[in-house]
Design a protein around this ligand. Structure first.
Ligand SMILES: [Fe+2]
Length: 263
């Protein structure tokens, strides 16, 4: 493994949309990216862990492309349960936003670490699924790399104590744990879906769930009602890799006074 340093900014759940309410989620993502651009030093890349668009509307992806294609740092996109895979691929397939592939699972190798993006969207449920074939691909991908890896997917692979969201988590989390536990180089598993900051150990690594750049979910631990969504501060996570050591910072974006980079 190398001994260098890498910074990965981790955003999630921008929930872009079309129509009269399109402004707030777009402004939320723009503000978060502006804050990241003002970091010194700037991150090596940005990962957005899914729910790029609220309704997976085909017109929402070109709108998002217009915004993020002006951003000067690399951005890697992950598919969430709200996303429409075909619409996402139509706009972003073949671009650097999907690692120059035409797939929603891909890898991007940096000098200090590799970014591995998985697609956990199920077509028949808001819960997530990876499947045997994708897990075998992940196993092989990690086998081939002797460097730290960030594994990115939308759905948390373990329950987080919010029953409504635990009911729609990754449904084959134990199978993912089996693969991750075979590799000692997975420094973080980056997820979204919950719209809250959560960290938990997982299969010898660590799951880090980023907040939404749009709106946060209520910390509702009851089983007898649906969660609500709140105007709690938006934010992002910053994963700082030094050699094979990784530290995660959580930073607010809204409700916070700090520099914004223009793009
Ligand atoms: Fe979401």
């Amino acid at each position: 493994m190398g001994g260098g340093r890498m910074l990965v900014a981790h955003l999630s759940d921008p929930h872009f949309r079309t129509g009269p309410l399109a402004g707030e989620p777009a402004a939320g993502l723009h503000r978060a990216l502006g804050r990241i651009l003002a970091l010194d030093p700037q991150p090596d890349c940005v990962v957005i862990t899914g729910d790029l668009c609220e309704y997976g509307h085909p017109d929402a992806y070109p709108e998002m492309h217009t915004l993020i294609s002006r951003f000067p740092l690399p951005i890697h996109l992950t598919t969430g349960n709200h996303d429409d895979r075909d619409a996402l691929l139509k706009t972003f397939g073949g671009t650097a936003f999907l690692g120059a592939t035409t797939a929603t699972r891909y890898t991007v190798d940096y000098p200090e670490a590799t970014i591995v993006v998985l697609d956990s969207k199920r077509s028949d449920s808001p819960a997530g699924h990876l499947g045997d074939e994708q897990l075998a691909w992940l196993d092989d991908t990690l086998d081939r790399r002797d460097m730290p890896a960030f594994v990115c997917l939308h759905h948390p692979p373990l329950p987080v104590g919010i029953p409504f969201l635990d009911g729609i988590r990754l449904d084959d989390g134990p199978a993912l744990a089996t693969v991750i536990s075979r590799h000692r180089n997975v420094v973080r598993i980056l997820a979204g879906h919950v719209h809250r900051v959560i960290c938990a150990p997982f299969a010898g690594s660590m799951v880090a769930i980023a907040p939404s750049t749009y709106r946060q979910s209520e910390l509702c631990m009851r089983t007898d009602r649906m969660i609500g969504y709140l105007a709690e501060p938006t934010g992002y996570l910053l994963h700082l890799l030094t050699g094979s050591d990784c530290v995660t910072h959580s930073a607010p974006v809204s409700h916070a006074g700090a520099l914004l980079g223009g793009f």
